[in-house]
Design a protein around this ligand. Sequence first.
Ligand SMILES: Nc1ncnc2c1ncn2[C@@H]1O[C@H](COP(=O)(O)OP(=O)(O)O)[C@@H](O)[C@H]1O
Ligand SMILES: [Mg+2]
Length: 392
Amino acid sequence: MKTKIGVIFGGCSVEHEVSIITAVQAMEYIDHEKYEIVPIYIDKKRRWFTGANLLKMESYKDLDNIFATEVCLIKKGSEFVLVKAKGLLKKEIKSIDLAFPIVHGKGVEDGSLSGFLETIGIPYIGCSMLGASLGQDKVVQKQVLRSDDIPVVNFIWFYESEYLNNKKNILKNVKDLGYPVIVKPARLGSSIGITYVKDESEISEAIETACEYDEKIVIEEVVPNLLEVDCAVIGNEEKIETSLIGEMNTNNSFLTFEDKYLSEGGEKSSKCDNESGFIIPARLDKEIENKIIDLSKKAFRSLNLKGITRFDFLVDKESKNVYVNEPNTIPGCLAFFFFTPKGITYTKLLDDVIKMTLDDYKKNMKKTTSFESNVLSTFNGSKGCKGKLIKK
Ligand SMILES: Nc1ncnc2c1ncn2[C@@H]1O[C@H](COP(=O)(O)OP(=O)(O)O)[C@@H](O)[C@H]1O
Ligand SMILES: [Mg+2]
């Protein structure tokens, strides 16, 4: 019997549409001989749907009118079942064996979805809550990477309330960091709310802009003579494999939302391929190339990642300093085009990550997670409990 894979996509983030594109393409490339695909779409109102229509790109032209069945994913006995969300009868629509989250951004990719899947106990592809949430927080990921001696840019961070109560101190800290700086909401993506600040005259406005999107703000030193490169990784605790390195093709001093989404062939263009978004392989010295490969593996381990991740690197072309900018724990197009020049087709990449997840799940099932004995079996009721407390 074929393994049934529930591909979960959409969700409430700004990258909703990109997730649909990535997922529909992945569902096309998963080996249909081996696997049965069950599409599971989360709309912007966080409702879950399934149905054959969700396999086709045309179905998403009008996101308010998608023809599919509203469902919930539950555990029933030892099975994971999609049941009809509406109506008195909890009609079972489909069972799945494995979940494949293909979601981007806050509220889904940040560990929320892994947490839900973990709670019901279904095996799922990709990072656990820890890896996924580290992947979303630009501050904590830097703190963790730094503690493992992985180079990141200098930065400061604060909450909006701290800024409002202590502007003077925070502005002094920014000055000490040294202009120009980049101001970012700490837990967003897609370059939203990010401002390049050349001097003190622009800083307050940039912080206010970032505060429109997040309570937590990070301000980073700007890497001069910037070259942005990316390296994708597939792996788990045991084995980590890197892709070729890609070089970002942009004329802007930093990548804007427009570069990423609205330009022809941008990083996450609607085409979901690599038409001019990256130059692969990147034109790098062997020394820098090796450094990036080594750092990708180390950062993947350090941040507790799993599945397929794409790392952004910032390279200073003059000094040759390399910094890990951030991981993208569920990258656009699953970064497949970084692997194809290595001879790994998209279908093989998907097969590898599915097999790896199923093997890991089997292995983890052997770990002890609870004890046979029930400590409550000797519980004497509320009196006994009270008695014990008094005795103490
Ligand atoms: N410290 C930095 N120095 C120079 N450019 C930067 C720096 N940080 C970010 N950038 C530029 O800003 C873009 C967006 O920043 P990034 O941290 O990747 O945010 P996002 O999560 O929105 O992708 C990067 O792709 C890069 O072009
Ligand atoms: Mg980025």
